[in-house]
Ligand binder design. Sequence first.
Ligand SMILES: CCCCCCCC(=O)CC(=O)SCCNC(=O)CCNC(=O)[C@H](O)C(C)(C)COP(=O)(O)OP(=O)(O)OC[C@H]1O[C@@H](n2cnc3c(N)ncnc32)[C@H](O)[C@@H]1OP(=O)(O)O
Ligand SMILES: NC(=O)C1=CN([C@@H]2O[C@H](COP(=O)(O)OP(=O)(O)OC[C@H]3O[C@@H](n4cnc5c(N)ncnc54)[C@H](O)[C@@H]3O)[C@@H](O)[C@H]2O)C=CC1
Length: 720
Amino acid sequence: MAEYSIRDSVAIIQLDNAPVNALSVAVRTGLYDGIERAAGDGSVKAVVVCGKGGNFCAGADIKEFDEGSKGPWITEIGDFMDRMRKPVVAAIEGVALGGGLEVALFCHYRIAAKNARVGQPEVNIGLIPGGGGTVRLPRAAGFKQALEMIVTGNPVRAERALKMGVLDEVVSGNILEAGIKFALSKAHIDTSLACLRNRPVRMDGLNIDTKADAALAHVKSKYKGFEAPMFCVKAVVNAARVPYDDAIQKEREYFFELRTSGQSQALRYAFFAERQIARWGLPGGGDYRTARAIPVRSVGVVGAGTMGAGIALCIITSGLPCVLLEQNQEFLEKGVTSLRGQLMGTVRLGKMTAGEAEVCLSRLKPSTSMEDLKHVDMVIEAVFEDLKLKREVFERLDKTCKPETILCTNTSTLDIDSVATATGRPDKVVGTHFFAPSYLMKLLENIYGSRTSPETVATVMRFGKTIRKVPVLVGSCTGFVANRMLAPYTAEAQFCVEEGASPAQVDSVLMDFGMPMGTFRVSDLSGIDVSFSIRREAARKLGVTLTVDSRYFRGQRHCSLIERLVEKGRLGRKTGKGWYKYEGPGGTVPLEDPDVLEIIETHCRALGIERRNVGSHEIQERMQLAMINEGFKILEEGICTRAEEIDVIWLYGFGWPRYLGGPMFYASKLGLKRVFEKICTFHKRFPHSQHWVPSVLLGKLSESGLPLSKWGEAAGTSRL
Ligand SMILES: CCCCCCCC(=O)CC(=O)SCCNC(=O)CCNC(=O)[C@H](O)C(C)(C)COP(=O)(O)OP(=O)(O)OC[C@H]1O[C@@H](n2cnc3c(N)ncnc32)[C@H](O)[C@@H]1OP(=O)(O)O
Ligand SMILES: NC(=O)C1=CN([C@@H]2O[C@H](COP(=O)(O)OP(=O)(O)OC[C@H]3O[C@@H](n4cnc5c(N)ncnc54)[C@H](O)[C@@H]3O)[C@@H](O)[C@H]2O)C=CC1
């Protein structure tokens, strides 16, 4: 709703819809009524529109988008303001985003507090500004700057918005008082002079035809797969070419077209899924509402290898001091050199100045003495993936660190309890699973063990945000969530190759779908020998030796092409050849290699595997459904409590195309009945793959018709 009051002959309309004053039907109706009332009240000289609770308005209420349109559309409110003879001033603090900025652009004047941010972020949820933003912002900020704001969705700070012409004044002190004062100062000025409708789009010497083509081409290549950015360009270009009312009409058509599109639905889902994951609960009790995070003022990282150096870099760039510990000086220097290299990379990319990088480095304390970890609040262990070693490290950490210190392991495969029991504080032991490259990848899988306390979980969830990661809480199981789901996905990729597909064919299927990289490119990048060693080690523990001839491993179908490539010295990019070949030293461009195809052919012939044409559709279906089936098993077992958690893991861990929501959302769109039937068919066809055993939960849900938001509850694993 919107509260109406009068002070000093100024009508004040305060948008009121906690927490961000989203433009629900009630708020729009309240705003419309308030403006009408002020227009008709002879004692009112001017109007101030502001927001309650520290924010102006974060735009349309996204939750209402699925319900169709009710109440006044904001351009109707805007049209009314355009006819007003009394000045309307937007007094902005906090954010004015999307429809919020559009409301402000309908006002005759805009003032803002120093802390304010304004923007048109609609593109992030697969939309264009639908309340006049594409038509009015270019009239205020100029074509080029408006286009940039609308296409990127990035908000700008008040001072910049002032320079751009979006704001009339930036003020300090009470925003409402400033708004009233400003409004009274404009009470005698003809409002039509300040009305954006009456101004042309500012082109600042740019030619609209050349600029339009260039912008379309740029957006097409930069936002591959996303449909909204193209519509943003089309709408802004149109605003520069046609009269105001025609541009508004077109904008509205585009907006409604996008609002019902699958992409916008998926992106809106992703927006809320990202916020859902902060609401965690533990099976033994304790959740985000009651658990208090322990303050983390300093962190230690043990092991400065591939992962540890990047983790330490995340810590120091987020403003925290970090002790980086290695087993000896040589490894320490190597780790610090790698950290420095990554940091300088960000300087070269212009994301940080050299001075800022030096400040970050001053927070790093390289060390070979565990005594230096005595006083830190949290330690993240990233030594070799060896349980005996990790237990030794944890035992020593337990003895060295103060009793409150939280001990985290970056293990990718080990059970959290198996590490926690090496200490006398299992309640303070937790998994923090970073993804490589650890400085860049946003996902942080936090894993609780059977005795991890709610305070420890609250601390690592908050810590994740502090270091600008996306933390998701999951239970402990082999591979946790991300790698557990990845296993059947990559297994099916290899089976498809055995059966007749080429690595390049599989990769292009995935990339055409929208994945940033194909699985074989990733394998070449991280090193085929890495998967080889993991598999060999897993087999060794079970007393089995995997060879190039192994077709089964513990009764399960097994593809031994990895063993074959390692035998041939094809370890990936680092050896110039793997699933692809790479030209020149340090070559990074994967090229199809007839030699590898020959190796695959010969290998399969020797093992009696008959090859055939494997279609693209089959590849995509097998890889994705095998992984989705695993996702339902993860829900069934309570490793995750919501489908949204799985989707966020895929968005940030593997770059699943955001406009497709995530694998679980994708499954919901395919229809669970269809998904279940297909999985049952694959199970019959491939009985020796455990991953095709259909999830019981999936079977149940396929009959129930329950929406995705209820799947966790249906699994009986929801803890909130
Ligand atoms: C249909 C008729 C209307 C016509 C309108 C014309 C058409 C348009 O032009 C269309 C639009 O406006 S689309 C909306 C554009 N606005 C946005 O995308 C802003 C999204 N929000 C943000 O960026 C941050 O929440 C923000 C920066 C605001 C705050 O960030 P924080 O990190 O401080 O807090 P969050 O945890 O993100 O948010 C707090 C709670 O508010 C919910 N929320 C935020 N924006 C919302 C919005 N626009 N609609 C509905 N709920 C919204 C958010 O979900 C969270 O609640 P919980 O999920 O319950 O925690
Ligand atoms: N490399 C990857 O892609 C990912 C690895 N992980 C996990 O992260 C952990 C580390 O992996 P990487 O960084 O790849 O290994 P790495 O081999 O690159 O680095 C491990 C480092 O630990 C050091 N170290 C060994 N014992 C130590 C001790 N007692 N005290 C101090 N330092 C010691 C080694 O000298 C080495 O520099 C493993 O548990 C791994 O499973 C997790 C996610 C991804």
